[in-house]
Design a protein around this ligand. Structure first.
Ligand code: PLP
Length: 383
C-alpha cells in the first residue's frame, strides 16, 4: 500500500480517450460542434435555458461579472471559505469585495449573517456569490428572497457541485439565481482538463457571456451599429477576452457526463462510509441539509480544538495520503489584507480552517484505500 492517494483526482475511461481522439481526427479543434454539444448537455442536465462553456471556472466567474456589468464603484460579496477565484472575479472588473461569514455547521454562506450584514450595510452589494462548499448547495431560496428585497444579483459558485441537487432539482438550474458557474478542473466531479461553464435562464446574459468569451467580437448583425460590409465582417462591440474552450476538452466533458450520476453516487457512498468509520473520533463533519444532495467534491473533517492539525496532516502526508486543507480564509490572504481585511474579521471561517483537513474522496478511491486512510488518521490522532 505505497501508492500515493490524492485528495481528489479524475477518472478517465477508454471511452473518454476515444472521444478526445475522434476530435483530433476531425476538422474542428476549437469552437466546433463538441463545444455546442457540451453546452447542450450541461443545460439539459441542469434544466437551464442556456449554458456557455469557457476555459475555466475562474474565467466563467469573470464572464458572469462582466455580463452583469460589474465595475468600479460596485460591490461583490462572497464567503471567506472558498477558493480565491470566487472573490477575484470582482477585482478583475475593478469592483470591491466584502465577505459574509459561514455557518459553522453547513460551512456554507450563513443566511443569518447575510441578512444582518444587509440590514446594517451602508453600501449594498450589487452581486452576491454563494459557494456550494464541498458540493453541498447553499440555502438558495432564502438567499433569493434577500436578493429580491435588497436588489442584488446572484452568481452561484457551483464549482464543487455539478451532479448535486437542491430541493430535488439539479444545481445549476438557476431557479434561485441569475447564473451558476461550474468547474471542470481534474479534481472536481467531472473534468475537461481545464474548463468551466456558466448556466443561466436569461438570454440577454447568455448573449453577453458569449460576447465577452471571445474578445467582445460579434458576427450577429443585431449587435452591430451598421450593416455588415460583407460575409467577412465582424465588429468588436465591447472589450472581451479569449476565454474559449477547445473541442478536445468538450469531447472529454461530454464523455464524462455519461458517468456523472455514477460518480456522485460513489462519492456519496464513500462519504457515508467515512461517517461510519469516523463516528467516534474527536472531529466534526460538514452538515448537509435535508433538501440537498451533495456532489461531495470534498470530504472535510474539522478536528476538535486541542488536536494538533498540522501534526495529523503531516502524519498522513508522510504515509502517502494526499490530504489537503480547504480553505485558507480568503480575507487572510496578503492580497486581501492589503485591501484592509484583518484576522478576526470572519471568526467562523477562521475557526473552521484551524481544524480542517480534506480527506481523499473520488470515484476511483477503493474501499481498501479508504480503510487505510482511516487507519492512518486514527494513528495520527493517537487512537
Ligand atoms: C476550483 C474552483 C474555482 C476555480 O475553478 P477553475 O476551473 O480551476 O478556474 C472557483 N471556485 C471554487 C469554489 C473552486 O473550487
Amino acid at each position: 500500500m505505497n501508492d500515493f492517494i490524492p485528495y481528489g483526482r479524475q477518472s478517465i475511461s477508454d471511452e473518454d480517450l476515444a472521444a478526445v481522439a475522434d476530435v483530433l481526427r476531425s476538422n474542428w479543434l476549437t469552437t466546433g460542434p463538441a463545444v455546442s454539444n457540451f453546452e447542450s448537455k450541461v443545460k439539459n442536465y441542469c434544466k437551464a435555458q442556456h449554458a456557455v462553456a469557457c476555459s475555466s471556472a475562474t474565467a466563467a466567474l469573470h464572464l458572469a461579472c462582466l455580463a452583469l456589468g460589474l465595475g468600479p464603484g460596485d460591490l461583490l460579496w462572497t464567503v471567506p471559505n472558498t477558493f480565491v477565484a470566487s472573490a477575484n472575479c470582482a477585482r478583475y472588473c475593478g469592483a470591491d469585495v466584502d465577505f459574509v461569514d459561514i455557518d459553522p455547521d453547513t460551512l456554507n454562506l450563513s443566511v443569518d449573517e447575510l441578512r444582518q450584514k444587509l440590514e446594517q450595510a451602508d453600501r449594498l452589494p450589487s452581486v452576491v456569490v454563494p459557494v456550494h462548499f464541498g458540493g453541498s448547495s447553499c440555502d438558495m431560496a432564502a438567499i433569493k428572497a434577500l436578493a429580491d428585497q435588497y436588489g442584488f444579483k446572484i452568481i452561484e459558485d457551483a464549482s464543487h457541485a455539478i451532479g448535486g441537487q437542491y430541493k430535488n432539482s439539479a444545481v445549476g438550474n438557476c431557479q434561485y439565481s441569475d447564473m451558476a458557474v461550474f468547474s471542470f478542473h481534474p479534481v472536481k466531479i467531472i473534468t475537461t482538463g481545464e474548463g468551466g461553464v456558466v448556466t443561466t435562464n436569461d438570454s440577454a446574459l447568455a448573449e453577453r457571456l458569449q460576447l465577452f468569451r471571445s474578445h467582445g467580437v460579434t458576427r450577429d448583425s443585431a449587435l452591430m451599429d451598421k450593416e455588415a460590409e460583407g460575409d467577412w465582417y465582424y465588429q468588436q462591440v465591447d472589450l472581451g477576452f479569449n476565454y474559449r474552450i477547445t473541442d478536445m476538452q468538450c469531447a472529454l466533458g461530454l464523455s464524462q457526463f455519461s458517468r456523472l450520476d455514477q460518480f456522485v453516487e460513489r462519492r456519496n457512498n464513500i462519504v457515508q462510509r467515512y461517517h461510519e468509520l469516523l463516528a467516534d473520533l474527536p472531529l466534526e463533519v460538514q452538515q448537509v441539509s435535508g433538501d440537498v444532495l451533495s456532489a461531495y467534491h470534498l470530504y472535510v473533517i474539522q478536528l476538535d480544538t486541542g488536536i494538533d492539525r498540522k501534526a495529523v496532516f503531516d502524519h498522513l502526508r508522510t504515509h502517502q495520503i494526499g490530504v489537503n486543507v480547504h480553505y485558507i480564509p480568503v480575507h487572510t490572504q496578503p492580497y486581501y489584507q492589503n485591501l484592509g481585511f484583518k484576522i478576526g474579521d470572519f471568526p467562523n471561517a477562521e475557526a473552521y480552517y484551524a481544524g480542517a483537513i480534506s480527506l481523499p474522496v473520488y470515484a476511483d478511491l477503493t474501499d481498501e484505500q479508504q480503510t487505510h486512510v482511516v487507519e492512518k488518521l486514527k494513528e495520527a490522532i493517537g487512537l
